[in-house]
Design a protein around this ligand. Structure first.
Ligand code: MN
Length: 415
């Protein structure tokens, strides 16, 4: 018996301004289905965060549909749990019906977890599906008032299960699991909602393999057979040096489990360039026509040259998705900053970009640009003491950018 362990697909996620649902996630789904054809697993386990949001966009739902249909056509068992990003109810919609197609999706937490026993030669392999849990939900379901920590809650849920000690027991879970107080290595693209929620790995001692989701870097936790699969695509530049392999688990017997990394092609890899603007522009010209990648530029000039962003965009094109600034000593005088080096007339937008870069050490994301342009237009028309109505701003997530623009406007009002 062998199965693929996936987690943290986050269909619908953005990588800076890039909607990965357009090319990268569909490419991954097809590559994964090819891997299923090649390795012929008996099952696929997906340990939570199927979607990036509780109410996923239609494209993300279509892609999940494509993945499930592709797996059903290949006649493999599919075991899915909701993560902290998923809505358990939405994710498990028509799950009763799907179970007749070997697809099992755990919904909201229940006292008895979804449990599927599969014969495997002369032994039984049991898959137990534990949805993302938190103390309040566990207390309610088990009718207890003594569970305040995630660790105690997870232990209480596992104690309430009948676990056959002779079977090979596999658990799917989506939690923050530590080994003896040592936290897993985070990637930077996780959103930890509702506190850290630590559970010690010993809570899972009854299981032969624990297929974890939640932490986006693939790694084991304590023993080799408690593992995070990691997100299958690059969801943050901090993951740049990590391989994005699939985890293939082979059950050879009780206590005899083999873990392999299986490479899978990606539509885009990540690339990071670092240097002064001139160095970055040189590097960019040499890169033209190379492999498909998303690029982050780290700008190391002491003063940000005017039109830095525009020049970088000209050379790198759409591949450039993030610019940040790192200088050895980040001190600069307000005076110099306000005037800059060149005395040429800059557009309000270019001035704002420079102001934002100095304050935040990175440029606003492309998806915030529409918001910035709109706000600057309004300020330009009405003067900088105009009190902005946040409802006039196009993007709903423009709160932070709005406050940056207002600081910029106030600073310039004193000139
Ligand atoms: Mn996640």
């Amino acid at each position: 018996m062998k199965f693929f362990h996936l987690a943290d697909l986050h269909f619908g996620k953005m990588l800076h301004q890039i909607p990965l649902i357009k090319e990268d996630q569909p490419f991954f789904v097809e590559a994964f289905l090819d891997a299923v054809d090649r390795y012929k697993p008996d099952a696929v386990v997906m340990s939570g965060d199927i979607y990036d949001r509780r109410v996923p966009p239609p494209e993300a739902i279509r892609l999940f549909d494509r993945l499930l249909t592709g797996l059903a056509e290949r006649d493999v068992y599919v075991f899915i749990i909701p993560g902290n990003h998923d809505s358990a109810v939405r994710l498990s919609h028509v799950s009763g019906l799907l179970s007749s197609h070997k697809i099992y999706i755990a919904g909201e937490l229940t006292r008895k977890l979804t449990r599927v026993a599969l014969p495997d030669g002369d032994r039984t392999v049991v898959f137990t599906l534990m949805p993302y849990l938190f103390p309040a939900a566990v207390s309610e379901v088990l009718g207890r008032d003594d569970l305040s920590t995630y660790d105690a809650s997870a232990r209480a849920v596992i104690e309430a299960q009948e676990i056959d000690p002779d079977a090979v027991n596999i658990l799917a879970a989506h939690q923050n699991v530590l080994a003896g107080g040592v936290p897993p290595e985070h990637s930077g693209s996780e959103t930890i909602i509702g506190g850290l929620g630590e559970i010690d790995v010993s809570a899972f001692d009854a299981f032969d393999y624990v297929a974890l989701g939640h932490i986006h870097n693939a790694q084991k936790v304590g023993r080799d057979t408690v593992r995070y699969a990691g997100c299958p695509l690059y969801y943050d530049f901090s993951e740049i040096n990590r391989k994005k392999d699939l985890t293939l688990v082979t059950v050879r017997g009780k206590g005899d489990i083999r873990i392999e990394s299986v490479p899978v092609p990606l539509r885009h890899t990540l690339r990071r360039e670092s240097g002064t603007l001139e160095e970055l522009l040189d590097a960019g010209r040499k890169l033209a026509g190379k492999d498909a990648c998303y690029i982050e530029c780290i700008l190391r000039d002491r003063h940000v040259p005017p039109h830095a962003l525009e020049q970088l965009r000209d050379v790198y094109g759409d591949a450039l998705i993030h610019v940040k600034r790192e200088v050895p000593e980040p001190e600069f005088s307000e005076d110099e900053n306000a005037r800059g080096e060149g005395q040429e007339e800059l557009s309000l937008e270019a001035l704002f970009n420079r102001f934002y870069l100095e304050r935040n050490q990175e440029l606003p994301d492309g998806c915030q640009e529409a918001a910035v342009r709109k706000i600057l237009e309004i300020l330009d028309r009405h003067g900088s003491d105009y009190i902005l109505d946040p409802r006039a701003v196009p993007e709903e997530e423009s709160g932070e950018i709005l406050s940056e623009v207002l600081s910029f406007a106030h600073l310039n009002a004193h000139d």
